[in-house]
Design a protein around this ligand. Structure first.
Ligand code: GLA
Length: 341
């Protein structure tokens, strides 16, 4: 994928996952939706070799002729890796973000997608998602495809039913009686330093025993697992994929009590079987669920900190004393070309 020497502005939204956690790298199912908050990247080409990236987090000068220095911030490593792969050449990129970093709202995938599109990556969802995933892997975060694929594929008013075995994305209309609030536990996490990679390895080991990806396994397959940790990890993935199927039906047909109960069950499974919750997330989920008008809540994203997603009636007064955002399913990434970009 090669960039070209044109001025561009690109926008990539964050995403919140409604249900289907730690299923993407297991060829399973998930139902994320893109939100209105996001990251904008503006590219102005120049004749020099250097790419100057100016973001809210600082300025980085990327010189393709020089080796990457150690100790540069993660966002600058991602930018350097993308500009190298896209053969971007010199110029200036300005990045503006409304997304909190490390809160589990996909700031990293949104950064990669906005940056890649601004540098001229062809806006094909699967290709851009794979590029962003490769770049994250190259910089030490062994993420799945959910975040960049959702960021690229968002549709206003819809969540995205994704089957990671085929990478088919099906927009699912969300009931107008459903409102969503993201609540920040205030505990930041990075996927490089969290036990995310360990969870992936445990799932792969369980899949090898069962003989198929956990996202395609059935409850009876769990009997083949003697290792109790592998069995719990697999039990989460198998039950979570079933919850995604049921939730998709419930949230589109307006059965919001049922959808909320599935979110609560998902949280319990992530807490007890997948062991990626924190006491703070557990407490906030309980408090949210005790609030009038709330159907259900669960941690969203990788876990180990970050945010919860709350499903409630529109207008619900949800104040848990921490940062929160009311969000609605919003359009996916876009890019515009031209000198005025
Ligand atoms: C992070 C990763 C995703 C996915 C989730 C857990 O957001 O980037 O690929 O694995 O965790 O569902």
């Amino acid at each position: 994928m090669e960039g070209s020497r044109t001025a561009r502005v690109a926008f990539a939204p964050g995403r919140v996952n409604l249900i289907g956690e730690h299923t993407d790298y297991n060829d399973g199912l998930a139902l994320p939706m893109t939100i209105g908050l996001g990251i904008e990247a503006t590219f102005a080409p120049s004749s020099g070799a250097e790419l100057v990236v100016e973001s809210d987090l600082g300025t980085a000068v990327i010189d393709p002729g020089k080796p990457r220095g150690a100790g540069i911030p993660p966002w600058a490593s991602l930018a350097a890796e993308l500009s190298r792969r896209l053969d971007a050449g010199g110029g200036a990129v300005r990045v503006r973000s409304e997304l909190p970093v490390g809160a589990g709202l996909s700031s990293s995938a949104a950064f990669c997608v906005a940056f890649a599109l601004a540098l001229g990556a062809e806006p094909l969802p699967t290709a851009v998602a794979r590029l962003c995933q490769e770049v994250e892997h190259a910089t030490g975060a062994p993420v799945g495809l959910m975040d960049p694929l959702a960021v690229m594929s968002g549709v206003a008013g819809h969540a995205l039913a994704i089957d990671f075995a085929t990478l088919e994305v099906t927009p699912v209309a969300v009931s107008e009686r459903a409102a969503f609030v993201i609540v920040d536990s205030g505990v930041p996490r990075t996927l490089g330093s969290s036990p995310y990679a360990e969870r992936r390895a445990q799932c792969e080991a369980a899949a090898a025993v069962i003989g198929r990806p956990l996202g395609k396994a059935r409850p009876r397959d769990l009997r083949a697992l003697d290792d109790p940790v592998q069995r719990r990890r697999a039990a989460h993935v198998v039950s979570e994929c079933e919850r995604v199927r049921e939730f998709t039906e419930a949230v589109s047909s307006g059965e919001l009590e049922r959808a909320g109960a599935l979110m609560v069950a998902s949280h319990a499974s992530l807490r007890d079987d997948f062991e990626v919750s924190t006491p703070e997330l557990d407490r906030l989920v309980e408090e949210a669920c005790a609030t009038e008008g709330v159907y259900g809540a669960r941690l969203t994203g990788a876990g180990f900190g970050g945010c919860l997603i709350v499903l409630c009636r529109p207008g619900t007064a949800l104040d848990l004393g921490v940062r929160r955002w009311s969000v609605a399913p919003s359009p996916g990434a876009w890019v515009r070309e031209g000198p005025g970009a």
